[in-house]
Design a protein around this ligand. Structure first.
Ligand SMILES: [Zn+2]
Ligand SMILES: [Zn+2]
Ligand SMILES: [Zn+2]
Length: 312
């Protein structure tokens, strides 16, 4: 759990002296949001979910990971073990530094993916451009926050990139044009976005070393459920891990040092919406300073007052 330090008085970040929000899980130092890194340091560190590390400890551990070597063959056999197969439509979210050092660089991951799904399969990745003002779908680089793979995929000759700034996607393979569909404009990741078309094609989510905090199908489910209110801030999305692990389609494997997981996107979204229906405040961070989540509570109270007999 993020440790809010209000009870202990105001603690200062050891790096910048602003108010600290978390404690490093490795060295125990107080750290601000900017100087913290979220998630597992190692892929196999499965018990330590939702932990924050200071930027210093994070870098030391990441350097250790670099000693692990990952080959194309181990990537292909790993992907096969978690059920990636010919003809799959895959949404990939990745943090490739989690793997260790990859033989011949990150392009190898895209090659391994393409070999695994063949010509009848499709790879879809987020190619967001929140940090860019002038957008051109051919020229504008993908934000670094999406990881390096989408940018590498965008530069490939056969890939297609959508014209939907800032929530653009890049795809390659059989259904690439169907997913991208430039004729349909969307402003959030709602039913008009490629996520919906991916669900219609029975698509899979492939998470390579990433956590659920920026998971696009989770954001999609939150938006679909939150129609009449604001979407959550996203800090609590990590609890989706428990939901995902109970899915029939869920599979996980450590490849190199990275925790890699696959699940059916439609099944995941459905399970999240069922959970949200039972507990509308599931994603609420309950931080008094969080405008998004606090507005939820108000709206839920108003709803509650209006239908007192109905439990929310
Ligand atoms: Zn700081
Ligand atoms: Zn630390
Ligand atoms: Zn919040």
């Amino acid at each position: 759990m993020p440790i809010l330090l209000e009870k202990d008085g105001i603690l200062k970040c050891i790096f910048c002296n602003t108010q600290a929000e978390y404690r490093c899980a490795a060295c125990g130092s107080a750290i601000c949001e900017y100087h913290s890194r979220y998630g597992r340091i190692y892929g196999y560190n499965i018990s330590k979910k939702n932990e924050y590390y200071c930027i210093g400890c994070w870098r030391v551990e990441r350097n250790n990971i670099q000693k692990t070597k990952v080959s194309k063959i181990s990537l292909i056999s790993g992907l096969k073990k978690i059920g990636i197969t010919t003809g799959d439509n895959i949404l990939t979210q990745s943090s490739i530094s989690c793997f260790g050092s990859i033989d011949q660089g990150p392009e190898t991951i895209i090659d391994a993916l393409q070999l695994s799904i063949g010509d009848s399969g499709t790879i879809l990745m987020p190619a967001f451009t929140f940090s860019q003002n002038n957008f051109h779908f051919r020229a504008t680089k993908v934000d670094a926050a999406c990881g390096i793979l989408p940018e590498l995929l965008r530069r490939r000759a056969k890939s297609t990139r959508s014209n939907n700034h800032p929530l653009s996607f890049v795809a390659t393979g059989k259904n690439a044009v169907f997913f991208i569909n430039n004729a349909i404009k969307y402003e959030t990741l709602d039913e008009l976005s490629p996520i919906k078309r991916l669900i219609d094609k029975n698509g899979k989510l492939l998470m390579l070393g990433v956590e659920f905090n920026n998971c696009l199908p989770v954001i999609y489910a939150d938006i679909i459920f939150s129609k009449n209110r604001q979407q959550s801030c996203g800090k609590k999305y990590y609890i989706v891990e428990d939901i995902a692990k109970n899915l029939q389609s869920y599979k996980e494997l450590i490849i190199g040092e990275a925790l890699c997981r696959v699940m059916n996107v439609g099944e995941l979204v459905e399970a999240i919406i069922i959970n949200l229906t039972q507990k509308p405040n599931l994603f609420n961070c309950y931080n008094n300073n969080c405008r998004k989540c606090m507005s939820h509570i108000k709206i839920n109270r108003a709803l509650f007052d209006n239908n007192k007999c109905k439990e929310l």
